[in-house]
Design a protein around this ligand. Structure first.
Ligand SMILES: Nc1ncnc2c1ncn2[C@@H]1O[C@H](COP(=O)(O)OP(=O)(O)O)[C@@H](O)[C@H]1O
Ligand SMILES: [Mg+2]
Length: 385
């Protein structure tokens, strides 16, 4: 069977490694962060340490090209935004030695650079938070006088901002705070947006996952977030499969307008003011909780592999609702740290563990990634990430 080369092996990468590894696909991992835990999975045949995909782009591409020539035909799957960005920009060159599992750059740019995603949503009437992109401090002063506070200063490219500030976005309370946050970001060379804050709880966030081909969704799966890490503006630490019909058409319209193909996870948040689902973002790669859909009966990485390698179009598939996905270490860590603020009852905290569930990392049949994560955690003095 053709090997799959998985780029980056943190939680998303690990999900793809297991989803394909259990189907017998030979797995090769290229990673650039020693904190990753996916590369110690029992499914990994070979692991290669590479330079950072964006900070040392040429050297990273050299590693891939050399690997591609040696493998003589493998599926290349970027599972982080940094690897996706570089691979998509250089897709033509990489396609000479790999089958590349991502969109061409003109499409990738529309979701990886979020100002384009929101502009597209506005142009086709998909509800999204009001967003402006200041080009100068003068713009910030002008917008800052008319927006409602609190609002968000949010990067147009999330992964770059996170790598620099170790936070996804900043909730600002007033014009002064807005100005100083903007200046910090622009000093770091990062473009930001000023965005309306959509009120609601973590559990109002939902995912529309789909496999698109020729402008149509072939397989669809929806899930609700349960708790985020950190609360409010983080990524999910617990999610649950659920049929959420309200976001199906919105997701379809947006992806079709984008010209998207392949797998993606589109995030919405239900606005507590009017119950309307508003767009958060499109992730045009396998998402954090990819093992949730697998556990519910839809193995998206395997469908993706079969389509790109064997030419088999994925059939529409139903899935089981009410199954939980739990990132155990982050759930325990954040639940303890934020118990006063979050105010979950013991029943709410325990419910995902008592219902059918799958863990993000812990798997008794593939224990080493979990052990490595615990070791990393101890080295970082208990700081979950
Ligand atoms: N405008 C907003 N209003 C309320 N919550 C938001 C808003 N934008 C983002 N969030 C919260 O922050 C999370 C991360 O934002 P997202 O746009 O998905 O960025 P990332 O690419 O970093 O995941 C969202 O899932 C949501 O919970
Ligand atoms: Mg997100």
């Amino acid at each position: 069977m053709k090997p799959a080369v998985i780029l980056s092996s943190y939680t998303m990468g690990l999900g793809v490694i297991r989803a394909l590894g259990t189907m017998g696909v030979p797995i090769i991992v290229v990673y650039y962060d020693n904190q990753d835990m996916g590369y110690v999975s029992r499914f990994v045949r070979e692991r290669i340490r590479a330079p950072h995909p964006e900070q040392a782009e040429d050297a990273f591409l050299d590693v891939l090209i050399e690997l591609g020539e040696r493998l003589e035909g493998a599926l290349l799957i970027p599972t982080s935004d940094a690897t996706l960005s570089t691979v998509s920009r250089h897709k033509e060159r990489l396609s000479q030695v790999f089958t590349v599992a991502c969109t061409d750059w003109p499409i990738t740019e529309q979701f990886l650079v979020k100002k384009f995603t929101y502009a597209l949503a506005d142009s086709i009437g998909v509800p999204a938070p009001r967003t402006v992109v200041p080009q100068s401090v003068e713009d910030v002063e002008r917008y800052g006088r008319s927006v409602d506070y609190p609002c968000l200063v949010k990067p147009t490219q999330s992964h770059r901002f996170y790598a620099h500030f170790k936070t996804k976005m900043v909730k600002v309370e007033n014009l002064e705070h807005l100005r100083s946050t903007y200046l910090q970001a622009s000093d770091a060379g990062l473009e930001v947006m000023v965005q309306e804050l959509i009120p609601g709880s973590d559990a109002d966030g939902v995912n529309y996952n789909s496999y698109f081909w020729e402008g149509r969704p072939l397989v669809e799966f929806t899930a609700a977030k349960v708790r985020n890490a950190p609360p409010c503006f983080g990524s999910p630490r617990v999610a649950v499969s659920q049929h959420i019909p309200e976001v199906i058409d919105l997701g379809r319209e947006l992806l079709a307008a984008m010209g998207f193909y392949g797998f993606s996870c589109t995030e919405f948040k239900k606005d507590a003011r009017d119950g309307v689902y508003r767009l958060m973002e499109v992730n045009g790669r396998h998402n954090l909780s990819s093992l949730l859909a697998v556990r519910c009966g839809i193995n998206f990485p395997w469908l993706h592999y079969r389509h790109l390698v064997f030419g088999e179009l994925p059939p529409a598939t139903d899935y089981a609702p009410g199954i939980y996905w739990i990132d155990l270490i982050r759930d325990v860590g954040y639940t303890l740290r934020h118990y006063r603020r979050e105010r979950y009852s013991p029943r709410q905290v325990l419910r995902p563990y008592l219902e059918p569930h799958v863990f993000a990392v812990l798997d008794l049949k593939d224990l080493r990634p979990f052990i490595k994560r615990c070791v990393n955690l101890t080295k970082r003095g208990g700081n979950t990430r």
